[in-house]
Design a protein around this ligand. Structure first.
Ligand code: FEO
Length: 171
């Protein structure tokens, strides 16, 4: 049986991950409207990954015989003046999600819930990758995005991203 606080934080994370999916879908929508279909693709794939993250928390709770609760998902409300802003908002958001994962990890550690800590290890690593991807994208935009040809090539590069289901090792 899971510790009550750990259980609540894990359940809340389902909502946070679905919100991340909503947020990135909103970014995708923004870029589509600007004709930047590669950027739109990047965030659409990102939204799919976030949905997977939500379902991993959902499945973990169900496997631990917790009856999951599903409160409303907040609406994304960010407005952007230029195509660089969503990239910076994404990095800020990922840093926030990292803090949430760390918070659950700390609660699990305090409760000596080693199973949940093991489950969260995948997310700890994933957050490192998500923050790096977000930072790399900002750097590329700063280097190339100011010129039409550079922005075009960057858009082409981001168009190549394909969705792949998360790989979670059993060890
Ligand atoms: Fe589910 Fe982008 O972290």
């Amino acid at each position: 049986m899971l510790n009550k606080k750990v259980e609540e934080l894990l359940n809340d994370q389902i909502n946070k991950e679905f919100y991340s999916a909503y947020l990135y879908l909103d970014f995708s929508n923004y870029y589509s409207a600007k004709g930047l279909d590669g950027f739109a693709n990047w965030y659409r794939v990102q939204a799919q990954e976030e949905r997977d993250h939500a379902m991993m928390f959902y499945d973990y709770l169900q496997e631990n015989e917790v009856c999951v609760t599903l409160p409303a998902i907040a609406a994304p409300d960010k407005k952007f003046d230029n195509p660089s802003q969503p990239l910076k908002a994404a990095l800020e958001h990922e840093e926030y999600v990292t803090s949430l994962i760390n918070n659950i990890y700390a609660a699990a550690h305090e409760a000596k819930d080693f199973r949940t800590m093991k489950f969260l290890d995948w997310f700890v690593k994933e957050q490192g990758e998500e923050e790096k991807n977000a930072r790399d994208l900002i750097s590329k935009m700063e280097l190339f995005g100011g010129k039409p040809e550079g922005l075009y090539l960057l858009d082409q590069e981001l168009a190549a991203r394909q969705y792949a289901a998360p790989v979670v090792s059993a060890t």
